[in-house]
Design a protein around this ligand. Structure first.
Ligand SMILES: Nc1ncnc2c1ncn2[C@@H]1O[C@H](COP(=O)(O)OP(=O)(O)OP(=O)(O)O)[C@@H](O)[C@H]1O
Ligand SMILES: [Mg+2]
Length: 431
């Protein structure tokens, strides 16, 4: 059996090709949902997972069955952030420069475990072993290493997929995959600009699609231009957090001495997809500074909340609250974030206006990225195909519509179009 696997920063989804119906079948991964959040929780910080002689993870070993994934992992972590080991969005760490051998090994194990969980559910649902898989890849992975970031990321993903038990592994660009799903519905030839704004990355690709292209195995020539950057939904969350939420945690406050509480502590706190920033925030040195601010800031109660975030190891929880507010503000003018676990009765109200202002800089980046893809293809876009969760945001969509008048916008299944395309590709590649 063949599968298309969207190993996303925020969510994973997988599809298999069903010969019976001659169509993509999306696998149910958690509860009755096709998407499982890219999270893992282990009861112990040391992550030792037994492997078979061929290095494949043994998914019936106790150490594996103790792991939690997706919403279940998040729930386990939120119940007590000081216990066990929790990871979210390991994809965003893949391209980090200067990874030590230990850390590299740990990430590969984490990703392999997540993939093995997905494979196990897929095999059970299909009543067969899925051995060949096409995994989606962004044009550029997050990380500071440029070309090296991409090579390193692909090697780690491939190794993880093998440890998870996939025997044949291929990659396809995520935006091309999204376009393949659209192509399957086309009778004419079109040049479309795919804009995929996910959790960790934004990819723009100009692609040629059409009924006549469909059977071709080499689609390189149909990628007419592209651009990509390591900014996505997480960055929008952070922007909203700094603009509208961190104020209530003492951002911008002064100390009795008249000096400001340095911004860097707040930036580190909200940078939940930056390992170094999180290490800094939870370090002993930071803790001491935060204790000092909690005595010396005016007013002290706001500064105390930041110390509480540090003591409770609650940065993910804070950012998750902000993310939910961001999503709610897509349809509402006001969203409250409940922080009563940080301080009794404490909540922060966020508004559509704050969302607009906090997104401004990111939307300018988005415009330059879209323009770069247009310039690299040397074509004027007639159609923009929107996909990825962040492109569901009303603010983002309205910005693009206003910035590119005369262009028609095609909406997809923002969360599954990449998976569908990857599965279509797996069928062509492996059949
Ligand atoms: N209705 C919505 N409005 C705004 N943002 C949303 C909405 N729904 C989801 N998101 C955001 O979309 C992002 C996740 O998108 P998606 O699931 O496409 O990412 P991904 O494929 O896992 O990541 P990547 O493609 O970068 O690897 C998150 O930042 C989430 O907050
Ligand atoms: Mg994606």
């Amino acid at each position: 059996m063949f599968a298309g696997f969207d190993y996303g920063t925020s969510h994973c989804a997988i599809g298999v090709w069903a010969d019976k119906t001659n169509a993509v079948e999306i696998v149910t991964l958690e509860g009755d949902k096709p998407l499982v959040p890219s999270t893992l929780h282990a009861p112990k910080v040391a992550l030792k997972l037994p492997r078979a002689a061929n290095r494949q993870l043994l998914t019936d070993a106790e150490e594996f069955t103790e792991l939690r994934f997706g919403e279940a992992a998040l729930a386990e972590y939120l119940a007590d952030p000081t216990q066990g080991y929790f990871v979210k969005s390991p994809k965003s760490f893949l391209g980090v420069a200067g990874l030590s051998e230990d850390i590299r090994e740990r990430f590969v194990t984490v990703i392999a475990a997540m993939m093995a969980n997905v494979k196990r559910r897929t095999d059970a649902q299909m009543n067969a072993s899925v051995d060949a898989v096409v995994i989606g890849r962004p044009v550029n992975f997050q990380g500071l290493g440029g070309k090296n970031a991409n090579e390193q990321s692909l090697m780690m993903l491939e190794e993880s997929a093998q440890l998870a038990g996939f025997k044949q592994v291929a990659f396809q660009y995520e935006p091309m995959a999204a376009a393949l799903e659209y192509e399957a519905r086309l009778t004419s030839e079109q040049q479309i600009l795919v804009v995929d704004i996910g959790g960790g990355t934004t990819d723009c690709s100009f692609v040629r699609v059409g009924a006549t292209r469909r059977e071709s195995l080499d689609r390189q020539a149909d990628v007419l231009g592209h651009s990509g950057e390591r900014r996505g939904g997480n960055d929008y969350d952070q922007a909203l957090a700094l603009y509208a939420v961190m104020r209530e945690f003492g951002y911008g406050d002064l100390l009795k001495s008249g000096l400001p509480v340095p911004n860097s502590y707040f930036v580190d706190a909200v940078s939940t997809n930056d390992v170094n920033a999180q290490q800094r925030f939870y370090s002993k040195a930071t803790r001491e500074r935060l204790e000092f601010f909690a005595r010396e800031a005016i007013p002290v109660d706001r500064a105390r909340r930041l110390l509480e975030v540090c003591e409770q190891r609650a940065t993910y929880r804070v950012l998750r609250g902000v993310e939910l507010a961001k999503i709610a503000l897509s349809d509402a003018e006001l969203a409250h974030i409940d922080f009563s676990d940080i301080e009794q009765g404490f909540s922060v109200a966020t508004t559509g206006e704050q969302l607009l202002v906090s997104f401004e800089r990111l939307l300018e980046h988005l415009k330059s990225l879209v323009d770069e893809a247009i310039a690299s293809a040397g074509l004027a876009p007639e159609r923009v195909y929107l996909t990825g969760g962040m492109a569901k945001s009303r603010v983002v969509r309205e910005f693009l519509v206003a910035t590119y008048p005369g262009v028609s916008f095609i909406d997809s299944d923002h969360f599954l179009s990449v998976t569908e395309g990857l599965t279509l590709w797996s069928q062509r590649l492996f059949r």
